[in-house]
Design a protein around this ligand. Structure first.
Ligand code: ATP
Ligand code: MG
Length: 503
């Protein structure tokens, strides 16, 4: 951390009804002034018994010689650039606009209640004060990166980052999965005495299967304390006995109320007799039932045969969750073998339901469920088919009470259920340019301000804005590099075609 004396950056000026309680502008020191101060940087202004802490939201270059378009054009026409006639460089300067975040008085943060004065000197901020002002924790937390423009580690604790759900939102290619890989590395690096989290990753595109190659040495750990299991979606088996008539009805379109009633009756007979049967068993009972009318019988059998053909259902549940949800273990459920969204939804719906049930019964430890492409499983729109939606909403609403936690990742925040998004007390937002997505993020996260929202469009790959419990004000972070880099993942089209041509 930087503990040098705060450097002078500029002087507060009167401009556009500022300085006021919310913000101020300052002329940046130096000739053209643009090297000293950066957008997003935190600054301080000494004030009474403490300091005002602000963040630069905009930098405007100005030069009085270039204010009159007509004059500039006139000199252009004459073939004499203004620069050759007037000392234009001397009049070049920059004004920064800063948004006030609060006061720091008597080693404590306080709400801003009055404005800085014109003429006040703006300075850099002591890293230690900034660290405390932002409510950042010590370095023993999850080491995710460093604050943009400041040499300060961003290491939130599991409590502040994960205990009330996390949403990772950004456009495609902005670095969501990369950030999640870094988060998973940190989760794996936790020591037994710190408490290790059980993690399940629903990996829609097979992006995390590389994790099975990660060793303790790769992460710089002495002890091989963690375990990683990779499960292919095709190995998952959903017990037919877990399916209610309503669940089966949700898998098929347009089941009539009569058909549903009959199916309910059959399933209740079966579950009274045994708690282990497969779809074939249900089909046989329906076939031999004398009371169901012929059309209903045929329709039900037809649907059940179709479901059987998906090969997703069996007698027993596989895997048995208490075997895979364990402290210090990451289980990657790789759904990349499935093309059908519906099959993926059926599996996610079953897993989420089983996770909630077994966690409530204390059959599994507290866990983190990482869900890629969350908008496909939990969409906002009621018109889209989404089997797992109500279960994910249940975890979002109630899971924090029994530590069933979510990390939801989405490249289309606007399509993600608002109920779920507003329950995520932490959000990591990477670059996002779609105005609808930005508006949705703005609406669903308290505490995000206009300036931060605007800055999201200009973020670089790997830069994230953290909003929520882990920080007192929205904070920009450079996500650190991964310790383990999977080999053989092509990042560019040219890499991919070169490799394809070689083989
Ligand atoms: N913090 C980072 N440091 C270095 N490289 C990064 C970082 N974040 C992302 N990248 C690179 O940017 C590329 C895109 O990242 P990533 O796959 O994580 O995007 P994504 O947001 O998950 O995209 P999609 O929505 O398409 O899944 C990758 O090639 C990755 O290596
Ligand atoms: Mg991704």
């Amino acid at each position: 951390m930087n503990h040098e004396n705060p450097k002078r950056l500029g002087t507060v000026v009167c401009r556009n009804e500022s300085p006021n309680v919310r913000g101020f502008s300052f002329v940046i020191e130096g000739e053209s002034g643009n090297t000293l101060v950066r957008r997003g940087q935190f600054v301080s202004v000494p004030f009474q018994s403490g300091i005002v802490i602000a963040r630069v939201s905009e930098i405007i270059q100005t030069n009085r010689y270039f204010q009159q378009a007509e004059a500039v054009r006139e000199y252009q026409l004459r073939g004499e650039p203004l620069r050759s006639v007037f000392p234009t460089d001397r009049w070049q300067y920059a004004v920064a606009e800063a948004q006030v975040l609060g006061f720091w008085v008597n080693e404590k943060s306080a709400r801003a209640t009055t404005s800085v004065s014109p003429g006040a000197v703006v300075r850099t901020i002591d890293d230690d004060i900034l660290h405390r002002f932002l409510g950042l924790e010590g370095d023993e937390g999850l080491n995710l990166g460093t604050l943009v423009h400041h040499a300060i580690n961003f290491s939130p604790s599991v409590d502040s980052l994960l205990s009330k759900h996390l949403a990772v939102l950004a456009m495609s290619g902005a670095g969501k999965s990369y950030f999640v890989s870094v988060l998973l590395e940190e989760i794996l690096s936790r020591k037994r005495d710190e408490g290790r989290l059980a993690t399940i990753v629903i990996d829609v595109h097979g992006e995390y299967s590389y994790l099975k190659h990660v060793t303790a040495k790769d992460l710089g750990l002495e002890e091989d304390a963690f375990e990683i299991e990779h499960i292919r979606g095709t190995h998952i088996q959903i017990p037919a006995s877990s399916l209610s008539a309503d669940t089966i009805a949700s898998f098929v379109a347009k089941m009539s109320s009569v058909q549903r009633r009959e199916l309910r009756r059959i399933i209740s007979i079966m579950s009274n007799e045994s708690n282990s049967y497969n779809l074939r068993g249900i089909i046989d009972v329906i076939r031999n039932d004398q009371t169901i009318n012929k059309n209903t019988k045929e329709a039900l059998i037809g649907w059940l045969i179709n479901l059987e053909d998906t090969h997703l259902f069996g007698k027993e549940g596989v895997p048995y969750l208490p075997n895979i949800v364990r402290p210090g273990k990451i289980t990657v459920v790789d759904l990349s073998d499935f093309i059908s969204l519906k099959k993926k939804q059926i599996i996610v719906s079953y897993l989420v339901g089983d996770l909630i049930y077994k966690r409530r019964q204390s059959m599994i430890p507290p866990f983190l469920l990482v869900l890629e492409e969350a908008h496909q499983f939990c969409p906002e729109s009621r018109h889209e088919l989404a089997l797992p939606k109500s279960k994910i909403e249940t975890i979002a609403r109630e899971g924090r009470k029994f530590f069933a936690l979510l990390c939801l990742i989405s490249q289309r925040p606007v399509k993600l259920s608002t109920t779920v998004l507003s329950q995520c007390s932490n959000q990591a937002v990477l670059k996002c340019t779609n105005p609808y997505d930005l508006e949705h993020i703005g609406r669903s996260s308290e505490g995000i301000d206009r300036a931060s929202l605007d800055a999201i469009t200009t973020l670089d790959v790997g830069e994230a804005l953290f909003i929520g419990n882990s920080v007192t004000v929205p904070t920009f972070v450079n996500i650190r590099k991964r310790k383990f880099n999977p080999s053989g993942t092509e990042t560019t089209l040219s890499d991919a075609i070169r490799r394809a041509d070689k083989s």
